[in-house]
Design a protein. Structure first.
Length: 304
């Protein structure tokens, strides 16, 4: 039997919040798992049902990050149901998931990043793969943003690409000269490069295509990066998120402009950027000392 409250919540995520299909499916799995455990309607769920569910997930060996996501799904659902007048109280209040230790994705150092692009692209696939790697590292795109990019999103003369990020948010990201050059090379060999003529593709023309001219899949991007990493760096551990994180880290190291990095990454909350770029307190203190008026006054007072 379908759960009308759950379905209405998922519709809300899809049509009002504009969440991706993958995110909605994750919410669905988390909430359906709770339903199987609780065996009661949402209106009868109590706080001890939530805590019991969390304990059960923890006891099953589920990682703390996954348990946090499951609790977050329940919180979002009950906030929605309370706002809609379906429930009187939010039973998730006071419940907490196990804490996770901060885990950062690996990064390339600048020498590794340089070696990654030290090859001459001669085949069609190599030209495409180089352009993808340049865009991931040079502009910090997410994997989904790269795979979803279209030809009309590009303005190579102005040097930027329009990106549709999480929640349907749109931002413009600058393209470096190496990235522009690589994309131009790729477009000369890309199949279906005339608007509306991409093989098997209705609607916008994808920037990156596979065979036979269809939009490239995220899995293909991951596999091709592994191959490129093995070829250039001797490791098959290269992945899109590593290039995005390297972009943010290298940019921050050279500019110390946290707000700019936040905008380029498409983060809605600067705290996400702080975690993502592994800022430590000393770095934040240096940024504060260099930029904040109060810090400058204190510094002058000490000098006097």
């Amino acid at each position: 039997m379908k759960d009308p409250d759950l379905q209405q919540f998922l519709n809300y995520l899809q049509f009002e919040r504009r969440y991706s299909a993958n995110t909605i499916n994750a919410y669905r799995r988390d909430l359906e798992r709770f339903v199987q455990h609780a065996q009661r309607p949402w209106t009868e769920v109590k706080g001890h049902d939530i805590s019991s569910h969390i304990a059960r997930l923890h006891g099953s060996g589920l990682k703390p990050r996954s348990i946090q996501r499951a609790l977050s799904s329940l919180r979002s659902l009950f906030r929605f149901l309370k706002r809609e007048g379906r429930v009187a109280e939010d039973p998730t209040t006071g419940n907490r998931a196990p804490k996770t230790r901060g885990r950062l994705p690996g990064t390339l150092d600048t020498d590794q990043a340089s070696r990654l692009f030290q090859f001459e692209a001669t085949t069609t696939l190599e030209k495409r793969d180089r352009a993808m790697a340049e865009l991931l590292y040079g502009s910090g795109l997410r994997l989904s943003e790269l795979a979803g990019a279209n030809l009309e999103d590009l303005d190579l003369d102005a040097g930027y690409i329009t990106v549709r990020g999480k929640g349907g948010k749109v931002r413009q990201v600058p393209l470096g000269s190496h990235c522009v050059a690589s994309i131009r090379v790729w477009l000369t060999v890309r199949k279906g490069s005339t608007a509306g003529e991409t093989v098997g593709q209705a609607g916008p023309d994808p920037l990156f295509t596979g065979r036979p001219g269809r939009r490239i899949s995220p899995r293909t991007v991951q596999m091709r990066l592994k191959k490129l990493g093995l070829q250039q760096l001797g490791s098959d551990q290269l992945h899109p998120h590593m290039l995005r994180h390297s972009f943010a880290s290298h940019l921050l190291e050279s500019s110390s402009d946290l707000r700019a990095v936040q905008e380029l990454l498409g983060h809605s909350d600067i705290s996400t950027t702080q975690i993502y770029t592994h800022l430590d307190f000393q770095h934040l203190a240096r940024v504060y000392d260099a930029a904040h008026p109060r810090a400058q006054r204190l510094k002058r007072a000490k000098e006097d």
